[in-house]
Design a protein around this ligand. Sequence first.
Ligand SMILES: [Zn+2]
Length: 78
Amino acid sequence: MEGKSKERKCVICSNESDGGEFCVWHRLSYERLEEMFKVWREAMEIGWKEFLEEVRKNPNTGVWVKEVISYILKKENP
Ligand SMILES: [Zn+2]
């Protein structure tokens, strides 16, 4: 932990964060996205943003993951 952020709240849900910008649930969802992206990229040529939009369209994607995706897309493309 480098303590670069003093924020103790998740940027998405305002629950207590685990020291970073997300709470534990949103952080786990983010980590799962990163893992999924690695697998997808081995199977096809796809960019990060494109990947996020595909996952968001998927009806099986959980609400936590969707919230993380919305946040990332907004942050990278305001
Ligand atoms: Zn959260």
